[in-house]
Design a protein around this ligand. Structure first.
Ligand code: ZN
Length: 191
């Protein structure tokens, strides 16, 4: 894949409804067609599918190992260390300890195992998931995806929370993809 030899790190970022999980599963399917062995991890907090699958908004599904921490990923990999492995994918990585994930991703790539990480880059208020920025800086391949703004039809880079909750981020359908301009307008009205 791409022009990188050996293990590499790919970041798939963007707001809600940008198609991150879809791109992650598409990438893993391409590996699978090439007879490469991969495993997908997802954090327990992602209850969108309610089971051990990565589910995309368009209804696609791929089997995933549910973990509650990066240590859980390490444990799984250690338990399966005698089996062949070419690529590791992590969906919804903003819910995991991104600093530890960065260390793990570098270790895996060093050992020839590629890493595909999908993560939301911004919180509901437009501030960043800091660790996602660090992962981006380390990535060999950066896929930045956009949804379409629910209000004006331009490229959406932000996720506007429809409810009034102030938790960092919640998975689900309480968000609308919006462009920067519509996001700023909506937040100004809210203030
Ligand atoms: Zn807009």
């Amino acid at each position: 894949m791409e022009d990188f030899q050996g293990g590499w790190i790919m970041m798939i970022t963007g707001g809600m409804y940008a198609g991150k999980s879809e791109e992650l599963t598409r990438t893993m399917r391409r590996f699978s067609h090439a007879q490469k062995i991969g495993v997908i991890f997802k954090p327990k907090v992602d209850t969108r599918s309610g089971d051990d699958c990565v589910t995309t908004h368009n209804g696609g599904k791929m089997k995933a190992v549910v973990v509650d921490s990066v240590a859980g990923i390490r444990l799984y990999l250690d338990e399966h260390k005698d089996e062949p492995l070419d690529v590791v994918a992590i969906d919804e990585a903003q819910f995991l300890e991104t600093d530890e994930l960065l260390i793990l991703a570098k270790e895996l790539a060093m050992h020839g195992i590629s890493v595909v990480i999908a993560a939301l880059d911004k919180k509901w208020d437009g501030t960043h998931f800091k660790g996602v920025g660090d992962l981006l800086a380390e990535a060999d391949i950066d896929k930045r995806l956009h949804a379409i703004c629910a209000y004006c039809g331009h490229l959406a880079s932000h996720s506007l929370r429809v409810s009034s909750s102030t938790a960092d981020i919640e998975v689900g359908d309480d968000y609308k993809p919006v462009c920067r301009s519509c996001f700023n307008k909506a937040m100004a009205q809210r203030a």
